[in-house]
Write a protein that binds this ligand. Structure first.
Ligand SMILES: *[C@@H]1O[C@H](CO)[C@@H](O)[C@H](O)[C@H]1NC(C)=O
Ligand SMILES: *[C@@H]1O[C@H](CO)[C@@H](O)[C@H](O)[C@H]1NC(C)=O
Ligand SMILES: *[C@@H]1O[C@H](CO)[C@@H](O)[C@H](O)[C@H]1NC(C)=O
Ligand SMILES: [Ca+2]
Ligand SMILES: [Ca+2]
Ligand SMILES: [Ca+2]
Length: 966
């Protein structure tokens, strides 16, 4: 074994740079990982937000049992159907947290190493501003990503500094502020440590440092001879930190139980959880409870997203959209399936957009009502531009409906749109009118009469995109459109799952089977195709032919245009559908169920002992691969079989399934299919109450996946785009196949100016680097989400891969101070029987002369009535009046400015022990007060680290690159 390999093994065993990180790694024992810390704090804060919301609505709130789980919290929040999106949000935050160790391992400030306190705090403050700005514009995905990153740095403070050794029992709240001091940081010249006593490092921090409460953190370096550790400073510690071998020897990190200060690991981790909760509370305060829960994926229903052609011939279609929108809003608002977010993107020619994204059904209705059909010139329209904008604006796993009667003019966006569909796992259904519809003629701009009727073959691009996404291309006459829109209402159930989906082009006779388990309700089959006939056979052997769609199993059967819908009585067991069609068709079987799954392909580290990172683009073709599968809603369920099934053929690859902690499974495949495929999952619910032979369940991913022999990676950026300042994004393209000239395309959904190389030359099996320069115009609104897609196309165009990057445009934040309250008057005449009397107060709230101004005032405590108004003589002053029963003697106002700084003002008229009727305890504070019930689950630690293998490999690689193979 080479010295390098030995070192790498050592790295693997000695642990991480920060609390451990975990993606099915091998080491770490019972130590708490970044994922555990993040997950617990999210569950805790989410429960608090749901409780506050319930109480504000006059409902009771019951805490879920300890330890909290995503599922139990979703249930307590009365949003049990959102456990999938909640879990997905948590995983995204955890992934971004983990990535800081992967991509920023050598930047001390990201880990509070080397006494870089000012720099670390600045990262947190800037990131926090970006999170708040994103939330304000309903850009929750961007907010989650940024949140994960800053939480990593925040959590490392407790492991790497001497905060715990100074016997602090509470987090350092000043780390999430910018207008205060985080404490006295040791001068560079001041010694902070002595040698450890052999392996015993319990007393290596100098007493005067601890007594005087001087902040220090460990120095860290991989390079023995180029150590940056000043004289007398503490080291991080551990076998691969070379500074810990220089006097003063030893270290102070608390990353794991085995670390230099491992005896304080639990205290450090608990403080990191509390600090994470505190930062999340601040985000919650700035956003408000409901938007905060949206960011966490806790919502009632799922998003409703329409992309609508508004050119001249679309009048009838727009009218149909209005009708279906009203009907969904009227029937779903207030129910479990109330849309969580409404998204509208109109497109025309040459214009498209803007994207409307709102949680208010009336704003959405108004936006739809204000659409009118006009313009468009020639027949093709900017449909893919509109779709691109929608795909970057929707949360993952959303369903998008696109209405048009024309072909796409912007077909160059085909691969970008495909990349975004894959990346966001969005389902796109096209509602295409005019194929068999009226031969309506209309004027083009140059006055020529033109037949705008779309040919059948013209719709192929839409059919391909629909199929890749798991949606349908529904082709109907304009007069029939309303009849086809029932699919939109049916799809709006947030517990919709796919049991089976297949497409055949050209059509051929084929027999399909699917299993319906006990949890499935509202079983529905969708078929598109002009001449598809079929026979359906139920588990009990009852058979129905498409020629006669009546009978005991059929609830409704409908056929409009190329689209058939069958709603079936749910019968548990194995169904069969025998399809016959000479022309192309698609078949999709869906139902409602709480059992579903999430999956991500994993990137296998090339390091000595393996390890994974989540892959954000197409998996490698022709090699083995793994995926992480998370089972949703199956408390007592297990996965038995995971198969990659070709979308348009019968080829399949079986994976080997290994259960991991919690609901996660690691699935390994010998190879990835070379054509489009879907993930098919089978499993068993071990429902103890029912018969022993419970029926297995089957679920399938909607979105198709493709492998690629290309990899496209982009350098880590801090994901913030400052308007007016160009951002350089370095990327690299590698191929495991033939070389040649690779076409590069970089597009962003905002149409911001960018430059990039139009092609890169790669040798066979080679790689090349390029740079995209992206500039947000000076007038870009802060919080705008920009999605950049960089694609590489292999010569011949058959193979493509991409990387999708999200940026938040953020104007430089100058307001870091919180609004303040000033009590103007307080009147109370509270008597012994509190229900007979009232109290009231009036307060003025200001944000200072330099501030951005008061944005929002809300009640965090107190169930009285609050009114706010702007002062007549000074619009920078907001007046608050509050009246409450004496039975509700406390009030806490949350006061938030435009930059998202959250202040809190607390007042009380609690009677003293002698039942004085006077207000005896009037206090006002501007600290963020916290709710009382602060339970945190004592979850069992996960099986442990780590993408440490990834880190270690990076470490090894860097050492190798530096030519220092010891
Ligand atoms: C809350 O719970 C209490 C006691 O369990 C019950 O009496 C009351 O009706 C409940 N209130 C609401 C709004 O459900
Ligand atoms: C849980 O959250 C609350 C507020 O949301 C906070 O006060 C409390 O400290 C948290 N508990 C822990 C252990 O972090
Ligand atoms: C489908 O099943 C029937 C028997 O029920 C069989 O005759 C037919 O050949 C099968 N079709 C295909 C394509 O396998
Ligand atoms: Ca048109
Ligand atoms: Ca046109
Ligand atoms: Ca301010």
């Amino acid at each position: 074994m080479s010295l390098l390999a030995v070192l790498c093994l050592l790295l693997l065993q000695t642990g991480a740079h920060g609390f451990g990180i975990s993606l099915f790694g091998l080491f770490g024992g019972d130590s708490l990982k970044h994922e555990d810390i993040t997950g617990r704090a999210i569950l805790n804060t989410t429960v608090q937000a749901c409780r506050a919301l319930a109480l504000a609505e006059g409902k009771n709130f019951t805490f879920p049992p300890q330890p909290f789980t995503a599922e139990s919290v979703a249930v307590a929040c009365e949003a049990s159907k959102s456990s999938k999106s909640f879990r997905q949000a948590i995983k995204l935050i955890q992934k971004n947290n983990r990535r800081v160790d992967i991509s920023r391992l050598f930047s001390p400030r990201f880990h509070f190493d080397n006494e870089e306190f000012t720099e670390g705090r600045k990262l947190i403050a800037e990131g926090l501003s970006a999170v708040k700005a994103s939330n304000k514009r309903n850009n929750f995905e961007a907010a989650r990503a940024k949140l994960g990153r800053i939480l990593h740095t925040l959590q490392d403070f407790y492991s790497h500094s001497n905060w715990v050794e100074m016997r602090n029992k509470l987090p350092n709240s000043n780390l999430i502020r910018s207008d205060t001091s985080i404490g006295n940081v040791a001068a560079k010249s001041r010694a902070t440590c002595r040698n450890c006593d052999g392996d015993d490092c319990t007393n290596n921090i100098l007493e005067d440092i601890l007594e005087e409460k001087i902040l220090t953190s460990g120095y860290f370096s991989l390079l023995p001879f180029f150590s940056t550790k000043p004289t007398g400073k503490c080291s991080h510690g551990g076998a691969f930190d070379q500074t810990s071998k220089i006097e003063p020897k030893g270290g102070i990190n608390k990353d794991e139980f085995d670390s230099s200060h491992g005896h304080l690991h639990r205290e450090a981790a608990n403080l990191a959880i509390a600090a994470t909760s505190e930062l999340l509370e601040d985000v919650r305060g700035a956003a408000g409870d409901r938007p905060f829960l949206q960011m966490m994926g806790i919502t009632k229903g799922k998003p409703l997203c329409f992309v609508i052609d508004t050119t001249g011939s679309m009048g009838d279609d727009i009218a149909a959209v209005r009708t279906v929108t009203s009907s969904i809003i009227n029937s779903k608002v207030g129910t479990e399936d109330e849309p969580s977010l409404y998204i509208l993107v109109p497109f025309n020619d040459p214009d498209f957009g803007p994207l409307t994204k709102t949680t208010d059904p009336n704003v959405f209705k108004n936006a739809i009502n204000s659409l009118s059909a006009d313009g468009g010139g020639d027949s093709p329209e900017m449909s893919l531009s509109g779709l691109q904008l929608a795909l970057t604006g929707v949360p993952s796993n959303s369903e998008i409906f696109l209405f048009t009667d024309a072909t796409a003019k912007d077909t160059h966006l085909r691969s970008t749109v495909t990349a975004l569909i894959e990346r966001t796992k969005s389902v796109v259904t096209f509602m295409i009118t005019n194929i068999l519809g009226s031969r309506r003629r209309r004027q083009t701009d140059n006055g020529q009469q033109q037949n705008s009727r779309m040919l059948k073959s013209d719709a192929q691009l839409y059919r391909d995109l629909a199929q890749a996404s798991g949606g349908q291309a529904i082709e109907v006459a304009k007069s029939e459109l309303l009849g086809a829109t029932s699919i939109i209402t049916e799809s709006s159930s947030s517990s919709l799952v796919t049991l089976l989906q297949a497409a055949r082009s050209p059509g051929k006779a084929e027999n399909f089977t699917f299993t319906v388990d006990e949890s499935v309700k509202n079983l529905t089959i969708y078929i598109t195709g002009r001449s598809a006939t079929f026979t359906l056979i139920s588990p009990t052997g009852v058979s129905h032919s498409s020629a006669n769609m009546t009978g005991s199993l059929i609830i409704t059967s409908k056929s409009v245009g190329n689209f058939q819908t069958l709603q079936l009585k749910t019968q548990v067991g194995l169904w069969e559908i025998k399809m016959e069609s000479a022309s192309p068709y698609t078949l999709k079987v869906v139902g409602e169920s709480s059992i579903d799954f999430l999956f991500d392909f994993l990137e296998v580290s090339q390091g000595p002992l393996g390890g994974f990172d989540v892959l954000d683009n197409r998996p490698r073709a022709g090699v083995n691969s793994s995926l992480r599968l998370t089972l949703i809603g199956g408390d007592s369920a297990t996965v038995t079989e995971v198969t990659l099934v070709e979308s348009s053929g019968s080829g399949k690859v079986n994976g080997s399934v290994q259960a991991q902690d919690g609901e996660d499974f690691l699935v390994q495949f010998d190879r990835i299919p070379s054509v489009e495929f879907v993930v098919l999952v089978k499993g068993q619910t071990s429902n103890t109450s029912s018969k022993a032979s419970s029926v297995p369940f089957q679920r399938q991913s909607a979105t198709s996946i493709r492998a690629s022999s290309l990899t496209v990676t982009a350098a880590d950026s801090n994901s913030v785009l400052v308007p007016g300042i160009p951002l350089s994004v370095d990327f690299s393209v590698a191929t495991s196949g033939a070389g040649g000239n690779f076409i590069i395309q970089a597009t962003n959904d905002q149409g911001f100016p960018s430059t990039f190389p139009s092609s890169l030359f790669l040798g066979t099996g080679g790689s090349a680097n390029g740079t995209v320069n992206l500039t947000a115009p000076l007038n870009t609104t802060s919080g705008t989400d920009v999605t950049l897609t960089i694609e590489a196309n292999a010569p011949g165009g058959a193979d493509t891969n991409y990387v999708v990057l999200r940026f938040t445009a953020l104007s430089t934040v100058t307001d870091f101070t919180r609004p303040v309250c000033q009590l103007l008057s307080l009147q109370s005449n509270c008597s012994e029987n509190c229900s007979l009397s009232m109290w009231s107060l009036s307060v003025q709230v200001t944000d200072g002369a330099e501030g951005t101004g008061v944005d929002r005032i809300s009640l965090r405590q107190g169930n009285g009535t609050m009114n706010t108004s702007l002062s007549a003589d000074n619009e920078n002053i907001t007046l608050v009046s509050y009246n409450a029963s004496c039975c509700s003697p406390d009030v806490e106002l949350l006061v938030v400015d435009q930059a998202g700084n959250v202040g809190s003002c607390f007042y009380t008229v609690r009677a003293t022990a002698d039942n004085s009727t006077q207000p005896v305890n009037v206090t006002a504070t501007t600290t963020t007060s916290t709710s009382t019930n602060s339970q945190v689950p004592t979850a069992t630690p996960t099986v442990s680290s780590s993408t440490k293998a990834v880190q270690s490999f990076l470490l090894c690689l860097s050492i190798a690159i530096l030519g220092l193979s010891f």
